[in-house]
Write a protein that binds this ligand. Structure first.
Ligand code: PEP
Ligand code: MG
Length: 746
């Protein structure tokens, strides 16, 4: 049996829908809504406050307060009870407003005569859009049922605001998703670009928040939940044999799909007059709000799962697919996070990427770097603020995103792009010249690669060769282990494309953050310090052998460079060489042509290898410093963890001194040495590495021009002196004196 309050609330929603359906300007609709709410709740005042900008709420409609105050009364987020509701996203319900924490007296509204106050946030999927307030002259608290009814109404208002129903057609200026917004994040890949938003997961639009027939809505919800359960069970059955992590997540999904509490709350919302999809969204909103408030990581993860399940349920109810919108020509991808495989599916059409989460050391970042498109990470709120098709400008130099920029921002931004293009033309003029510094020392510059899409950059970037070919990228983007014949064809294309230029193939570097979707994941407490790279290759040599065979066959009698990743001790290098010797022997017996010359090197990515016996340095044919890993172990700071990663500058004197020691050791045994971490592609860092004696750097193709340009303008001996002086002065980082020195060169 339905309670009185439920039918009252349904009646109110029904009247609200009629008001919204009328073809009247936004302001009239707002006025009508506050009037309806005040009269049906028998309360003296009802007001709607909406955000004018990120920090200010504007009184947009009122029944009961001074009408003159509409669009004039502004409240900062830090002020008043209204500000408190918006800030905390929690209901404030009091019988004695003036003595309640946060109260601010607003004479222009005549508010002092209303002791009863109840404010509920108007929010959609965790994004607060405004505050709905009721007030009364008698000192009373609104009942739980009344508060609940207000929350349901606020939910409908949020949906209407989202659709522009309340804001279109008049002078109301703070329409959501229409105003220019500047957002900040962290730089994961430099560059600037302009385009239109393509949402990785387009938001579901609910066009019918209010429903007439609760029974029909309950039936729809029940049927959608059944479909959800079947689809989750199917996913679980598929995932069981492959991926334990995914199974865990799906088990949680199933728990939610079967949750009585979740279903009951949604059914109550429907009983109050919401449609099935609006009920799902109301609960999703509440979960998102909690997500932002709980400190416990496990609980937050579960709320994330509930969010995903709600999205699935919404898509079932609305029939909107997750890839509904077509990709614009100049697409800038906006996502919560994205994996390297998903990114590669978009292909090279993307002009930039903006992520709400993400990390600098991730593989998605490496792919973006290879494509030379700007990537900004940790941009809080971008997925709720941006709509597919929005005009967007991404400044990957400063980590700034301009969403729906106004004309002055657009003009300044385009000037910046033009300047970048000019710089590119400057770099093109020195493309075929060596990176010879003023002191006469020459640094050879190579490029990092790993995708077929990288190959065209080899002739155009001015790279002398490929200093690091990350073979695991080809393994990461597939759904199953590539076969040997496929690898032979692939490596042959790489070697053919390189022509006379050398390509250093790094054998499979998996583990840590690079988890192959088709390999059983290890349950390791510290994957970065775990079973990865050469450790996997030596313990389970099947894949390593197949890869080495494929490389030998692809070389077709030409020279071959093989590099083992993550070698921490001499023995591992030797064991790797033994594996290679066995493979060579086998290939010889099978009658395959052998490479004319095989050079075998190792990556120096752990401090231990820098202190290996002299014999190692004599035996190894070349070394390449993997600065990304080396730095994380040197400073004990996870390269994927933005909190700690940023604390330690590459130009820290300890790190530079360590690099210098490695250079000296290699010089004493004449071991060729290179540096292939991301720092090699940052001009200032590259110049300092060169000043410490590095004579070979390998970087993303787009960095070769800027690095060469800087190296040709400076004297490395002078720069070394600046670094030495900074060290003598006891500085922690040489960045500032180096910047001063470089500035004076202009
Ligand atoms: C490195 O660690 O510096 C490196 C080049 O390897 P990756 O980034 O692929 O781990
Ligand atoms: Mg590495």
């Amino acid at each position: 049996m339905k309670t009185n309050t439920e039918s009252e609330s349904r009646k109110l929603l029904g009247r609200l829908r009629d008001a919204l359906a009328e073809d009247s300007p936004g302001q009239q609709r707002l006025d009508k809504i506050v009037h309806l709410i005040a009269s049906s709740m028998a309360t003296h005042v009802c007001s709607i406050y909406l955000f004018r900008d990120a920090d200010t709420l504007e009184l947009c409609a009122t029944e009961g307060l001074n009408p003159e105050a509409v669009h004039k009364t502004l409240m900062r987020l830090s002020e008043g009870l209204v500000g408190r509701v918006a800030r905390t996203r929690k209901v404030v319900n009091t019988a004695d407003a003036p003595t309640t924490r946060g109260f601010r007296y607003m004479p222009e509204t005549g508010e002092e005569v209303f002791p009863a106050f109840c404010g509920v946030p108007i929010q959609r999927l965790g994004e607060t859009l405004g505050v709905l307030v009721v007030q009364a002259k008698e000192a009373r608290r609104y009942s739980d049922d009344e508060v609940y009814a207000l929350e349901v109404v606020a939910m409908v208002l949020a949906e209407m605001t989202e659709l522009g129903v309340l804001t279109g057609g008049d002078d109301y200026s703070s329409a959501r998703h229409q105003q220019p917004v500047l957002m900040r994040g962290g730089v994961a890949q430099e560059g600037v670009s302009e385009g239109h938003v393509h949402l990785h997961e387009p938001r579901v639009v609910v066009t019918n928040p209010i429903a007439d027939d609760p029974q029909a809505e309950l039936d729809r919800l029940g049927a959608a939940l059944d479909t959800l359960r079947v689809s989750v069970d199917q996913l679980l059955a598929d995932a069981r044999s492959v991926d334990r992590d995914q199974v865990e997540v799906l088990e949680t999904y199933r728990m939610f799909a079967n949750s009585r509490g979740w279903r009951r709350r949604m059914e109550e919302d429907i009983d109050r007059g919401l449609s099935a999809e609006a009920a799902v969204e109301k609960e999703q909103s509440a979960a998102r709000t909690r997500m932002g408030q709980v400190a416990d990581a496990y609980l937050r993860e579960r709320l994330h799962d509930l969010d995903d399940v709600s999205n699935r349920l919404l898509r079932i109810l609305t029939g909107q697919s997750s890839t509904a919108s077509e990709m614009p020509k100049d697409a800038i991808l906006v996502a919560r996070n994205v994996g390297p495989g998903e990114l590669l599916e978009y292909g090279r059409k993307l002009k930039g990427i903006v992520l709400e989460e993400g990390s600098v050391g991730s593989h998605a970042a490496i792919v973006a770097r290879a494509w030379a498109i700007p990537l900004i990470i940790n941009v809080k709120g971008i997925t709720t603020e941006a709509l597919s098709g929005d005009h967007i400008m991404v400044d990957g130099e400063q980590g700034i995103v301009h969403l729906r920029p106004d004309d002055s921002v657009s003009t300044a931004f385009r000037d910046k792009i033009a300047m970048q293009n000019e710089a590119q033309s400057r770099y093109a003029t020195i493309r075929d010249l060596p990176a010879t510094a003023k002191c006469g020392s020459t640094v050879s510059l190579h490029m990092n690669a790993g995708l077929m899409a990288d190959l065209p950059s080899l002739p155009t970037s001015g790279a002398e060769g490929v200093g690091l070919f990350r073979t695991e990228l080809q393994f990461l983007v597939r759904n199953q282990m590539p076969r040997r014949a496929e690898l032979v064809a692939l490596y042959k294309r790489v070697i053919d494309a390189a022509g006379e230029k050398p390509v250093v193939f790094r054998t499979l570097d998996i583990g840590s953050d690079k988890v192959l979707p088709y390999m059983k994941p290890q349950d390791e407490p510290n994957p970065a310090l775990g079973w990865r790279a050469i450790r996997v290759g030596l313990d389970k040599p099947g894949v390593l052998r197949m890869q080495l065979q494929a490389l030998i066959r692809a070389s077709e009698g030409r020279p071959l460079h093989v590099m083992f990743p993550f070698v921490a001790q001499f023995e591992e290098y030797r064991s790797g060489c033994n594996e290679l010797d066995k493979v060579i022997e086998r290939e010889r017996k099978l009658g395959h042509v052998l490479p004319s010359r095989i050079k075998v090197g190792a990556m120096l990515e752990t401090p231990s290898l820098a202190f290996a016996p002299r014999k190692f340095f004599e035996e190894v044919e070349f070394l390449s410093i993997g600065g990304n890993d080396l730095k994380q172990f040197f400073f004990a700071a996870d390269r994927e963890n933005e909190l700690v990663r940023k604390r330690y500058d590459t130009l820290n004197v300890s790190f530079l001194s360590f690099i210098e020691q490695i250079v000296l050791r290699c010089q004493s045994t004449e071991t060729p040495l290179s540096f292939c971490g991301e720092d090699a592609g940052r001009p200032i860092e590259a110049a300092c590495l060169a000043a410490m004696g590095m004579r070979s750097l390998s970087m993303r193709p787009a960095s070769i021009g800027p690095v060469k340009h800087l190296l040709r303008r400076i004297n490395l001996d002078e720069l070394k002196e600046v670094i030495d002086n900074a060290r003598a002065d006891g500085l922690q980082s040489v960045r500032q004196p180096v910047m001063d020195f470089l500035r004076n060169k202009d």
